[in-house]
Design a protein around this ligand. Structure first.
Ligand SMILES: *Cc1c(COP(=O)(O)O)cnc(C)c1O
Length: 387
């Protein structure tokens, strides 16, 4: 037996991280200080984007992006059903209508062929945008999606919460990092189960100055003090609330933690890759386990390591009995009572529904030890090959 339970994901906090937070707590700023800008600049350069806007969580970031794109009641937006609820909810916050597009059977990402079919079935202008997700850490081929979006005049909101540091090699042989600007905006989460942890926190990246300006405005109540943007100016104290915005700011001590965590991001990715290789090798000879598909041109960020097995409920229960807290990602979003009530139903999206019947996320995080991983492998194989 193992000493302590093994979760599917967890944060890694070092003495350096703690030091960074403490020194910010002792500084002049707890919020709206210099650490936020520093974190934004470091993150933008990490993913290769021109601008980054730090926010209090990724859900807020998705909402800000939807506001920046001008989503309004009745606007139709196409979203993948294999994601966390926030990817679609941000459209609903603005009164938009969510239309789900089924996933690819290998990658579980939004299926571009089904997307094209959906778009071709309605007059141009019916849809305003798409929300693809780099599900599990598998980067969306945004070169291909960009071409489709441009043909139909759509914006792309990339939910990159699973994939900081992930990239694909495009048709010209160039690395295209998640969040590097092929989408109008990309959103990252710093929730503790994600790659970089700040408690709560998120980041929106973009290459578009107009989108960046809107994100900044909506992040702080719709208020600006920028002399170049004011309609009037009564003196040094003067500011204007120009839009109905929100308070979606992050604190300086969270940004300090984020900066410190970001320095280890690549090491964390290396370790995730290594853990995936070990799982892949161990499960390759076992016919009852389907391991993740990864195309040649993909650098997978492995937020999740997902297998498929015939008796998923049985394996889930067996692992939990053995203190391995495997998890299911996700119940398809169109089957949630809230989205059913809006007209979606079982049978609408057969590929994602079949995937959901068999998927299980095994422990995947940089501090998972080799011994712990071997224990997980042993228990999975024990269950799958039992008779
Ligand atoms: C975690 C997650 C979110 C939400 O992130 P928060 O920071 O918790 O708001 C959104 N989308 C996806 C795909 C996620 O995994």
């Amino acid at each position: 037996m193992i000493e302590k339970p093994i979760p599917y994901g967890r944060q890694h906090i070092t003495a350096e991280d703690i030091e960074a937070v403490i020194s910010t707590l002792q500084s002049d700023y707890l919020t709206q200080g210099p650490k936020i800008k520093e974190f934004e600049e470091a993150f933008a350069s990490y993913v290769g984007a021109r601008y980054a806007v730090a926010v209090n969580n990724a859900t807020a970031g998705l909402h800000l992006a939807a506001k920046a794109f001008g989503v309004k009641p009745g606007d139709k937006v196409i979203v993948t059903p294999m994601t966390f609820a926030a990817s679609a909810n941000c459209i609903r916050y603005c009164g938009g209508e969510v239309v789900f597009c089924d996933v690819d059977q290998d990658t579980y990402l939004m299926d571009i062929e089904k997307l094209k079919a959906l778009l071709a079935a309605s007059p141009k202008g019916t849809y305003k945008g798409i929300v693809p997700v780099d599900f599990a850490g598998y980067p969306v081929d945004l070169e291909a999606f960009r071409a489709v979006a441009d043909e139909y005049g759509l914006w792309i909101l990339e939910d990159a919460c699973h994939a900081p540091g992930g990239y694909f090699i495009d048709s010209k042989g160039k690395k295209q990092y998640c969040g590097s600007g092929l989408a109008e905006a990309s959103v990252f989460s710093f929730h503790p189960v994600k790659h970089i942890a700040t408690g709560e926190g998120g980041m929106v990246t973009t290459n578009r100055k107009d989108v960046y300006d809107s994100l900044c405005l909506y992040r702080t109540h719709g208020i600006t003090k920028d002399p170049g943007r004011l309609e009037e100016n009564h003196g040094g104290w003067y500011y204007e609330m120009q839009e109905l915005g929100f308070n979606y700011r992050i604190t300086d001590f969270q940004a300090a933690l984020g900066i410190s965590q970001l320095r280890r991001a690549d090491a964390g990715l290396d370790r995730r890759q290594q853990i995936a290789r070990t799982y892949n090798e161990a499960f390759a000879p076992i016919s009852g386990i389907r391991t993740p598909y990864v195309a040649e041109n993909i650098y997978h960020a492995y937020h999740l390591y997902i297998i498929q097995v015939a008796d998923r409920l049985g394996l889930y229960n067996y692992l939990h009995e053995n203190k391995i807290y495997a998890q299911v990602h996700y119940v398809p979003l169109h089957l949630m009572p809230y989205y059913r009530q809006l007209g979606n139903k079982k049978g609408d999206l057969p590929v994602v529904e079949a995937y959901y019947e068999h998927c299980l996320s095994l422990p995947m995080y940089p501090t998972l030890t080799d011994e712990e991983q071997q224990y997980v492998i042993e228990k999975v194989i024990e269950f799958v090959t039992r008779r």
